[in-house]
Design a protein around this ligand. Structure first.
Ligand code: COA
Length: 178
């Protein structure tokens, strides 16, 4: 789904985020407003996992076209070399979120959401940030050919360390190192 079609799912997606990332509920309001802002970004593409017999979402993913002036884009661009910026950010789909409820993990849903959200996206690369640790997310991204662009990266206002990763699109093509 694109743009506004994801808006009705914002609250439900934040619930999935809180459970998947094991956050406390005090982040809910801020996450809702961040997601609402993301939904208005150009090229917003979102996918949800909602089994027929479940009312709640069990997973979701979304991304959008990166552009100067966006918070994530500008923070990462500042740390990359000029050449890396050109290769990785100049025509990129930025995968902002991918989460699956804990009880539904390890059943192939995350991989399926990643494939679907990137499918036919008319961009040259897909880029993202993930906590810089040996997490399931990092294993998933590596398994489909993402490479590390930055390690130990911190965003302003947070002490958490992130890995910034990227991969040429489409996901089903071999992943040569750029
Ligand atoms: C990352 C996440 C979305 C993966 O979802 P999932 O539905 O469990 O993933 P899948 O079942 O599709 O697994 C796909 C691949 O990811 C890797 N993977 C997933 N879980 C893993 C784990 N616990 N340990 C190691 N590798 C794992 C494997 O390579 C796996 O392929 P395999 O099952 O053939 O070995 C899920 O673990 C999650 O929501 N984590 C918390 C939130 C988060 O970190 N989101 C990413 C933010 S950047």
């Amino acid at each position: 789904m694109e743009g506004d079609a994801f808006s009705p799912y914002i609250d439900a997606s934040v619930e999935v985020y809180v459970a998947a990332m094991q956050k406390t509920r005090d982040v809910v309001a801020a996450r809702r407003s961040i997601t609402a802002r993301h939904v208005s970004h150009p090229g917003l593409r979102a996918v949800i996992a909602q089994p027929d017999d479940e009312e709640q979402l069990v997973g979701f993913a979304y991304g959008y076209y990166g552009a100067r002036g966006q918070w994530w884009h500008d923070a990462v661009a500042d740390e990359l070399s000029r050449e890396q910026r050109k290769e990785w950010l100049s025509n990129a789909f930025e995968l902002a979120e991918l989460h699956v409820l804990p009880d539904w993990q390890r059943q192939g849903i995350g991989k399926q959401l990643l494939d679907l959200v990137c499918r036919d996206v008319p961009r040259r690369t897909v880029v993202l940030s993930a906590i810089d640790d040996e997490t399931p997310a990092r294993a998933l991204y590596r398994s489909v050919g993402f490479q590390d662009l930055l390690l130990g990266f911190t965003f302003a206002g947070s002490s958490e360390r992130y890995a910034v990763m990227g991969r040429p699109l489409p996901l089903d093509a071999p992943s040569p190192r750029l």
